[in-house]
Write a protein that binds this ligand. Sequence first.
Ligand SMILES: C[S@@+](CC[C@H](N)C(=O)[O-])C[C@H]1O[C@@H](n2cnc3c(N)ncnc32)[C@H](O)[C@@H]1O
Length: 222
Amino acid sequence: MARKWSEDEAAHWLNADSQREMLDLPRKIAASIVSADKGRVSKFIDIASGPGTFLKVFLDYFPDSFGIWHDASESMRNVAQKELADYSNRVSWIVGDMSGVASLDIPSDLDAVLTSRATHHFSAEELTVFYSDVARLLRPGGWIINLDHAYLGSNWDPVLRSARKQLFPGRQAKSEADHQHTRSAPGLSEHLASLASSGVKEVTTAWQTYYTFLIMAKKPNK
Ligand SMILES: C[S@@+](CC[C@H](N)C(=O)[O-])C[C@H]1O[C@@H](n2cnc3c(N)ncnc32)[C@H](O)[C@@H]1O
């Protein structure tokens, strides 16, 4: 079972987030791809949204859209409510565990499910359950968008982690001390296999830096 963060971990992670600016580009790339494909987005969710950064990018890109913020942490909700204060009439809030998306009260007519930096805690089996559950929330032709770290295998993974520390030295080290991983993240092939088993086979990686990927997966139109 993926471990839910403690409120302390959530607060420490917020202070040590060294990737926030770097990930602005892939978040905008995700919105541009959905825009090129669908033209508009009415309703979407950001799972494990934390401070709501990905949600905000989509609210800006699609000014008529309505976003659902989701996370397990009340501290994160407090932060996100401040960050998203200007969008309060376009956002609703769900606190709950992403290991049990099917049991949460989430509408099933969404145009997109976003998530960033959260599924790397899952085992391959948990990832399959997660993708199956979120695929059911989408309209035909909807998008699953996952911006996350993936395991690159024993040759590449240590090299790319070490290389990233050269560019993001100080805060990266603090973040890792606060944010412990008990096993390797799922690899890209596990993401693709889990998506395929949930019926989503049109998948592309639209951006990669080191071991962080933007996975864009489109549910079939019918
Ligand atoms: C690394 S942060 C990423 C936050 C945000 N998505 C981003 O990229 O800026 C991970 C987030 O996942 C949330 N989280 C951790 N375990 C969770 C769980 N089991 N269910 C729901 N949210 C969880 C944390 O509270 C935190 O906000």
